[in-house]
Design a protein around this ligand. Sequence first.
Ligand code: SAM
Length: 233
Amino acid sequence: MNSVNLSERLQVVADYVEKGARLADIGSDHAYLPCYLAQNKQIEFAVAGEVVEGPYLNAVNEVSKLHLEETIAVRLGDGLRVLKEEDRISTITIAGVGGPLIRRILEEGKQLRKRSGQETLILQPNVNERTVREYLMNESYEIVAETIIEENDKIYEIIKAEPCETRQDYSKRDLLFGPFLSKEKAPVFLKKWSNEAEKTTYILEQMKKAEQADRVKIDELEAQLSLIKEMIE
Ligand code: SAM
């Protein structure tokens, strides 16, 4: 992967960014996504934010190699703390990190007034997509598009959300599977949830064998397993 040929996963994220956006790409190792978008004249401006020095320097090098310093500002820092009011960010992308971290970054960014709540959000959690969807719902965001793909034996979900006036009441099913993905039921979606059903069945068997079985957790997993079975059968 490089900033000319993105991975399929980042290409989906890139395709979700609207032309003329002012982008904040948080966790921007190598800055491949903003560099790709800047080279293709898809964005007006971007901040590539990185909290770890090595990836930050990779991003600085990539931007300078491509002479994109006028369009992309690479900044070292945690989450949305790197943003300034004058950046006038319209879209935030966070890809390749866990759902709970995405949630934390967005929440802290809100508390610090680094985001207004009007930005388009394009999120690709590596795990726990449900917590991201729950957060979006509670923040009065509407999920407007979702994609699921398989790349290098890993399955990824990409979620695009826009602020909305009336809060969306997503069902448990929508939050777990995704409102679009669960309607579409693509083969890769069915593969993901068949794997999850197997894993959950195994975990439940082990939990039930324990001397002091955690009844609350078991009930929770059983409810989830029946949702999954309903979805894939
Ligand atoms: N976004 C790129 C992608 O999807 O290919 C890079 C993903 S890489 C697996 C995750 C990056 O997020 C790492 O470079 C890591 O240092 C960075 N990161 C983790 N927590 C962060 C935070 N709180 N703020 C900014 N960057 C963070």
